[in-house]
Write a protein that binds this ligand. Structure first.
Ligand code: Q46
Ligand code: ZN
Length: 303
């Protein structure tokens, strides 16, 4: 039996897997996505880790009933001792599921690997931490490649824990725009930006891990060596400890976020987007964040 503390219930394996799928359907139905997926291509942003593998697995499984196509996309950030192991597991999963895998090299597209970025940061030449560069570059490349293959949607493996961490990070930064924007579906209809959705939005990291194991999915348990440098990592530890002392904390935080999104959404006008003067992608500034970082890195590397 599987005990879900915040529900005060214990579920058998079959009931847990049903519950898991119901929570994914809650995202698809609640956002109106389900009725729009038919005949479309969904690209799942995958890393070879448990969450994105779960997202890929379940979206592939549902694709037959709801008549849409699924492909996987991997951005190889160039992190030695980590990326090659996860990529190998992902290739095996894609073969097992019969899903096409698109592999994109960050080095080739953006001129640097995250290992190089980390070294520059460590030497004090770059203020940005590896995760800050990695996140911006990955989202940028995912959008470009998803568009190139004709996808209508990008799905990501973000789970409830990730959402709560992001919520707290946005509070700390005072970023109300992002609080409003970051829901189960983001940027629904903005030109070049492909809408992103999060099938695991209502599922915790623990539940994701359980689903991964119960479905017989596999991944080597290596962690990105730079994860510990991020604010997200500290928050994760802190929120996990709060959850342990007071079960249900994560779900309560998600509910607070959702009600804030509703209230703020009526008051906050989302920034108008224009085109990046260098790459043409939508941005709220003259130059998009990815181009800005790319230029800074080129300048540092040349110096
Ligand atoms: S790969 Fe990249 Fe993550 Fe590593 S550098 Fe950070 S963002 S932790 S999911
Ligand atoms: Zn740009």
């Amino acid at each position: 039996m599987i005990k879900l503390n915040y529900l005060g219930e214990s579920l058998c394996k079959e009931c847990f897997l049903r519950y898991f799928e119901e929570q994914v359907m809650r995202v698809l139905k609640g956002t109106g996505l389900l009725s729009r997926l038919s005949g479309k291509l969904v690209v799942v942003a995958t890393s070879g880790g448990k969450d994105s593998s779960n997202a890929l697995y379940i979206l592939k499984e549902l694709s037959e009933s709801y008549d849409y196509e699924v492909a996987a996309l991997l951005v190889n950030e160039g992190i030695k001792g980590y990326r090659e192991h996860k990529a190998k597991a992902l290739r095996a999963l894609c073969t097992r599921l019969g899903v096409n895998l698109i592999e994109v090299s960050m080095k080739k597209e953006m001129g640097v690997t995250i290992d190089q970025v980390a070294l520059l940061h460590e030497r004090g030449k770059l203020r940005l931490k590896p995760c800050s560069v990695c996140g911006v570059f990955r989202r940028y490349l995912m959008n470009i490649y998803a568009k190139e293959v004709g996808a209508e949607y990008v799905a990501t493996g973000h789970n409830l824990d990730d959402e709560v961490q992001t919520f707290i990070m946005n509070i700390i930064r005072g970023d109300l725009q992002s609080i409003v924007r970051e829901g189960p579906v983001t940027r629904p209809h903005i030109g070049e930006l492909i809408p992103r959705f999060k099938p695991l939005y209502y599922l915790t990291e623990k539940e994701s891990m359980l689903h991964f194991i119960l479905r017989g999915l596999e991944t080597p348990y290596v962690e990105c060596p730079y994860a510990k440098l991020s604010m997200r990592y500290q928050l994760r530890t802190m929120i996990n400890s709060l959850e342990q002392h007071s079960p249900g904390t994560k779900h309560r935080l998600l509910r607070v976020k959702e009600s804030l999104r509703k209230k703020l959404g009526q008051q906050i006008i989302q920034q108008r987007l224009r085109r990046c003067s260098l790459c043409g992608m939508p941005t709220s500034h003259d130059i998009c964040r990815a181009c800005e970082i790319k230029i800074e890195l080129e300048r540092i590397i040349k110096a």
